[in-house]
Design a protein around this ligand. Structure first.
Ligand code: GAP
Length: 456
């Protein structure tokens, strides 16, 4: 695919076969089209022909992505007293990646097709060149996925730095800092949301696999004997988070890794998988990482990364349970899951049935007419709601068209101010999914919308 082309929607992983993907075959195209048309996601550097595998999040996409990250932060940090946050640097020295194993192991096996000379990931091509069908390839070579750069003005070996390929290491190398400053004791977690970079060989499927993406990761440090219990606890917590935010049970599952799939240090891994249009694929990995990371950084740095349990007079290296999710990938799953089409009054409509917490706008404020008489009241309703909800103020075209536009971007509630509102001090609140309309006094509007939000 050339850099100029629109996002590739072809599968880069084999479907499972058990998934009923037939009715979802054109879903990807529809969602990619909607994302561009309505300003969720643009191809990066589009005016220069585009830059492959990088995307810009537009006015609606940035709201949705932020809401996904906020919903994660709320569940993982805000509503818990055993998890604290961190925002570590993206640029990091080789020592971190030497100790973590990324410099020697974080690679994909690459082969070149002998006929058309295209380069592929060996594990993704099933023995046949996807471009020309040839079955002859060079021997596989390991290709490290980290982006390497130089910090400072001199580009020599001493100045080498890496863009982090995961946020996780930031939590391990700050373990002692956090322990000292927060006085937490195991079990406790450190959470981080932020950008990660991987020089993926086959970035594909829109924002599913990109070279620059966002992760939401938490490292939960536990006494060694409790690791399996906490691993199971986090499997359930994370699975339920997606259900609570509206992904139906038919589109999500947990897949436990076979022993042969596990890294040598991992005592157990399970993926939360989503039914993408090409089949089941990973949304999040939850791993029991044993004491590997703290031990590795402890040995390499010479710092003691341990916990001293005063009551038991015992010193130990905590084990780590890690729920690691992709924010951009999760946002895509929410979009795919929410996309629907139905008919209202004999007319077809497109709607995103996004959970109100995730919707780019929670409320559309729509004065029925552009006439100046309605504007002051409509603007006062907008000003009342804005500190509490992300609102869109729309005065263009007919009210029916405006409802459709809000449905298409997932706005759960529209508030219409009409000429009666000037008399009775009430507005019409329309529900996206049912299209039901009710009249509500303006002085009770905020409380009513908050009630609906809480109940969603
Ligand atoms: N610290 C563990 C770790 O990074 P991972 O399975 O490599 O584990 C965690 O990544 C999550 O990050 C994945 O489940 C996925 O959602 C997201 N992710 C990984 N690589 C990605 C990429 N190239 N593009 C988008 N999301 C990605």
């Amino acid at each position: 695919m050339s850099d100029q082309e629109v996002p590739n929607t072809a599968p880069d992983v084999a479907p499972d076969g058990d998934a009923d993907t037939a009715d979802r075959s054109d879903l990807m195209e529809k969602v990619v089209g909607l994302c561009k048309r309505r300003g969720f996601i643009f191809q990066s550097a589009e005016i220069y022909g585009g830059f492959r595998s990088t995307y810009d999040y537009g006015p609606l996409g940035v709201n949705l992505l932020r809401n996904v990250k906020n919903a994660w932060w709320e569940a993982m940090v805000q509503c818990r007293d055993d998890v604290v946050g961190l925002d570590a640097s993206i640029l990091s020295p080789p020592a971190v990646w030497e100790a973590s194993g990324h410099l020697s192991n974080f690679s994909d096996p690459l082969v070149d097709c002998m006929k058309c000379h295209q380069r592929w990931r060996e594990d993704k091509i099933e023995g046949v060149c996807p471009s020309c069908g040839s079955t002859e390839f060079t021997e596989p070579r390991a290709f490290n996925l980290m982006f390497k750069t130089h910090a400072g003005p001199i580009e020599d070996e001493g100045a080498v730095a890496y863009l982090r390929p995961e946020t996780a290491q930031g939590m391990f190398i700050n373990f002692a800092n956090v322990l000292q400053t927060t006085r937490k004791k195991p079990p406790f977690g450190i959470a981080q949301v932020g950008k990660s970079f991987r020089n993926e060989i086959t970035p594909q499927n829109f924002v599913f696999r990109t070279r620059e993406f966002e992760q939401m990761e938490m490292e939960y440090f536990v006494p060694p004997a409790e690791a399996q219990t906490w691993f199971e606890y986090w499997l359930a917590e994370r699975f339920n988070w997606y259900l609570r935010l509206g992904i139906p049970e038919s589109e999500i599952r947990l897949r436990h890794h076979e022993a042969s799939e596990l890294a040598h240090y991992a005592a157990g891994v399970a993926d939360v998988e989503f039914l993408f249009p090409w089949g089941w694929d990973e949304l999040e990995g939850i791993a029991n990482r044993s004491d590997f990371d703290l031990k590795a950084h402890g040995e390499a740095s010479g710092e003691k990364l341990e916990y001293y349990d005063q009551t038991a007079n015992e010193r130990y290296v905590p084990h780590v349970i890690e729920p690691a999710a992709g924010a951009t990938r999760t946002m895509m799953a929410f979009l795919l899951s929410a996309y629907s089409e139905d008919e209202v009054g004999g007319e077809s409509r497109t709607l995103l049935k996004l959970h109100p917490k995730l919707a780019p706008y929670q409320v559309g404020v729509l004065p029925l007419s552009k006439k100046e008489t309605l504007e002051p009241l409509a603007r006062s309703v907008l000003a009342m709601l804005q500190p509490h909800f992300m609102c869109d103020y729309d005065t263009t075209q007919s009210i029916g068209k405006r409802y459709r536009r809000q449905d298409e971007v997932g706005t759960p509630w529209c508030v219409t101010i009409d000429f009666d509102s000037l008399e009775d001090g009430a507005v019409t609140v329309r529900d996206r999914d049912t299209t039901e309309q009710v009249r509500i006094p303006i002085d009770g509007l905020l409380a009513e919308l908050r009630r609906r939000m809480d109940e969603a």
